[in-house]
Ligand binder design. Structure first.
Ligand code: ADP
Ligand code: MG
Length: 317
């Protein structure tokens, strides 16, 4: 057994498709490679085994729109299938980019695998009776009404104008492919898994079935980290550190905090729901369940943060 620490790394939206970009494959590959260079430093240090997970928001949004536009010619696929498709697409970009950068460093021999990952959720999760997560295209009120009647979707007016479908965001219970992920890690493979929060599936008397829902990527990353017995959960986003009084004159960056402090600041409302909130929550869950530490930082600080020189680190005490 090697004594390398297992690190689960969650890549935020910005790592792949930057706000304001069109999202051509070339643009996405450039962004991926920038982040991958940080990850390769971790691997080359010889101290870590890494599992990479990632968001899929912009990619799945585009795919849903493609399905919508082409619906009269080609049967649209359900949201959970679009989730599987984007795991494949993004997994491909990350595995190719990792391979290229490792080869550049003379380590093209290190195996890499992207795993299409199902994440089991509970069909009685309260999220199923209170859909909250907007997905896919924007519609007019009339179109939204028609879709609601035809398909039974929940539709909600969006703050940015127009109407969108909203789906449940249930809690991830377990990573279905956790055993094969562990086996790959034991075999020194870099693993990419549970992209987009994983494909949500429910257990129906021993048979798994996909459901239209979106699992929060940060919570899925935490569950993955628990399931593969990772020591470190590294959440990469577009801010260098977690802040108190974010975007106010009293703003204060946090470098090192305990779970108790994080919980206190969370309750006081310092971390916005839907952005920093789930990251801090996931970090808390991880250290409470036995993880050594959770780190939140930006993509370009990833390696420095892992070495204790950047970011916000959360430990149990
Ligand atoms: P990701 O794609 O990485 O999940 P999100 O937009 O969901 O990105 O979350 C990161 C964002 O959280 C930052 O861009 C920042 O604007 C926001 N944020 C909210 N509260 C805080 C806070 N207290 N400290 C730092 N960033 C915060
Ligand atoms: Mg997010």
């Amino acid at each position: 057994m090697s004594n390398k620490k297992i690190v689960v790394i969650a890549l935020g939206g910005n790592a792949i498709l930057k706000r304001g970009e069109k999202g051509t494959i070339e643009e996405q590959l450039v962004s991926v490679e920038t982040t991958v260079r940080q990850l390769v430093q971790m691997v080359l240090s010889g101290k870590y085994k890494i599992v990479i997970t990632h968001g899929n928001g912009p990619q799945v949004g585009n795919l849903l729109l493609q399905n919508e536009i082409a619906k009269d010619e080609i049967t649209p696929m359900p949201l959970y299938v679009c989730g599987a498709q984007t795991q494949g697409m993004i997994g491909y970009m990350i595995q190719q980019s990792l391979g290229n950068v490792l080869t550049e460093h003379g380590r093209g021999d290190i195996p890499i695998a992207a795993i299409v990952t199902q994440v089991v959720v509970d069909s009685t999760d309260p999220a199923f009776t209170a859909p909250s997560k907007p997905v896919g295209p924007f519609y007019s009120q009339e179109e939204a009404q028609r879709i609601k009647e035809e398909k039974g979707y929940h539709m909600k007016e969006d703050a940015r104008g127009g109407w969108r479908r909203i789906v449940p965001s249930p809690d991830p219970i377990k990573i279905q492919e956790q055993i094969v992920i562990k086996q790959l890690l034991d075999a020194r493979t870099i693993v990419i898994a549970s992209g987009g929060g994983g494909i949500p599936v429910i257990d129906q008397k021993g048979r798994l079935a996909g459901v239209d829902a979106v699992i929060d990527k940060d919570f899925a990353a935490e569950r993955l980290a628990e399931n593969v017995e990772a020591k470190i959960l590294l959440i990469l986003t577009d801010v260098d550190q977690v802040k108190l009084y974010y975007q106010t004159p009293q703003e204060k960056a946090l470098s090192q905090i305990t779970a108790a402090e994080a919980a206190k600041y969370y309750t006081a409302g310092h971390f916005a729901p839907g952005s920093m909130g789930p990251k801090v929550s996931a970090a808390l869950r991880f250290v409470e369940s036995g993880g050594e530490k959770a780190i939140i930082t930006s993509h370009h600080n990833a390696f420095a943060a892992l070495e204790g020189r950047a970011g916000t680190t959360i430990t149990k005490d």
